[in-house]
Design a protein around this ligand. Structure first.
Ligand code: FAD
Length: 365
């Protein structure tokens, strides 16, 4: 590995996003990261750069520009057509060592969870995995330090631009605590970010046309790649698109009295709004719904316009995935269920009686 001094913080600049694509399709969560990177970069007065790896992927740069990237670095090579840890980690680390970004964001997809720690280890820097919130602001950072450490006051005054840190927040201890983590001594500051928690900005045609694209040379040899993908077999079944849905109707253990009927009612209610079916972990662990339906800390994070929770108690791990929904309606027969704490509208009653009435009322409206 080339000599790489990652402790001279002033050498590093820019908020970067690894732009994951699969089979030539940009992953939607990348646009959430680009939009967030734009906000962070505006606070810091630096550039947003996308890093795009693949084979003939240059065409995606425009979309990245539309959501806030100033520049897109493209590493185009047939060896990068399909993701392999070895090839991607090698190319990313080479580019990072040369260009020195201050922040590097990666979506916490299966690929991102594999790639992020590998790159961070090679770059001898830290990585906060599975973040749900990001923030960088020198003033706020100083206030945070004052509150949370015992440094002498004089030292806060000397904190300059180069010392600004990305505050990376993620759930810890099973979601009972939100931990804010910083990486004060090394660069780049790396984070994987949970898909669906950050909001995608608006598409801007002018910015799409203004994006600067720079192709970088790719130096990978046979010796760098220890694994080879022979074939990609796509799962035939259609997965539920929870994160993109405007209406989600979720079921929990409360349907256990008659699971088939409970799911049928939830589906019927969802259909009235053109929405999709979700579930609590209890519903998934019981085998009533497949894992792609799970909402919550270890499932998907959703923020639809309308979230309807049927027979879900509202455990902290479930709330972590849905509490930012625009409007929450909860049906639960226990009036002390914690789901009512986050609900805009709560109906205390048996879901098997309440849901048919809801469907009837919607149809009559
Ligand atoms: P319960 O807590 O059993 O609640 C069932 C509710 O249904 C009760 O409130 C009851 O009053 C109500 N009810 C019963 N019958 C009826 C009826 N006929 N009509 C109306 N209401 C009725 N959970 C998630 O959901 N998502 C996650 O991603 C997740 N990740 C986790 C990660 C970790 C590390 C851990 C430790 C836990 C995680 N959990 C997660 C599990 C979580 O703690 C809860 O156990 C789970 O959310 C409970 O699901 P539930 O609300 O469906 O079931």
């Amino acid at each position: 590995m080339a000599e790489f001094n990652n402790t001279n913080l002033a050498d590093f600049s820019g908020v970067w996003v690894f732009c994951e694509q699969r089979q030539g399709e940009l992953q939607p969560t990348v646009l959430e990261l680009i939009s967030e990177a734009r906000k962070l970069a505006d606070d810091m007065g630096v550039e947003v750069c996308g890093l795009l790896l693949g084979d003939k992927v240059e065409g995606m740069a425009k979309e990245l520009g539309a959501y806030g990237a100033d520049k897109v670095y493209v590493c185009d090579d047939p060896a990068l057509a399909t993701y392999t840890t070895d090839a991607y980690a090698k190319v990313i680390c080479d580019v990072v060592m040369e260009k020195k970004p201050e922040i590097m964001l990666i979506a916490a997809t299966n690929i991102g969870r594999d790639l992020g720690p590998r790159c961070a280890a090679r770059l001898h820097t830290g990585l906060t995995a599975d973040c749900t919130h990001l923030d960088v602001d020198v003033e706020k950072y100083i206030a945070f330090l004052k509150e949370n450490s015992t440094l002498p006051e004089a030292q806060y005054a000397s904190i300059n631009k180069e010392d600004r840190n990305l505050k990376m927040t993620r759930p810890a201890f099973g979601g009972h605590l939100m931990a804010t983590i910083i990486c004060p001594r090394f660069r780049p500051q790396m984070a994987t970010v949970r898909p669906g928690v950050l909001k995608k900005g608006e598409y801007n045609e002018e910015k799409a046309n203004a994006v600067v694209v720079e192709k970088l040379p790719v130096a990978i040899s046979e010796a760098d790649i220890k694994t080879r993908v022979l074939e990609v077999v796509k799962e035939a079944k259609e997965l539920v698109d929870l994160t993109g849905a405007e209406v989600v109707v979720s079921v929990g253990r409360g349907i256990s009295k008659d699971v088939e009927k409970g799911i049928e009612l939830a589906k019927e209610l969802a259909a009235e709004f053109g929405g999709v079916l979700g579930g609590s972990r209890a519903a998934i662990d019981s085998g009533w719904l497949t894992a792609d339906h799970q909402v919550g800390q270890t499932g998907k994070t959703v923020h639809p316009k309308l979230y309807i929770a049927l027979g879900i108690s509202g455990a902290i791990q479930h709330k972590a995935g849905m509490q930012d929904s625009e409007c929450i309606v909860a049906v639960n027969k226990n009036d002390t269920a914690p789901i009512f704490d986050v609900a805009d509208y709560g109906i205390c009653g048996d879901l098997f009686k309440v849901v048919p009435l809801m469907i009837e009322a919607i149809r009559a409206a």
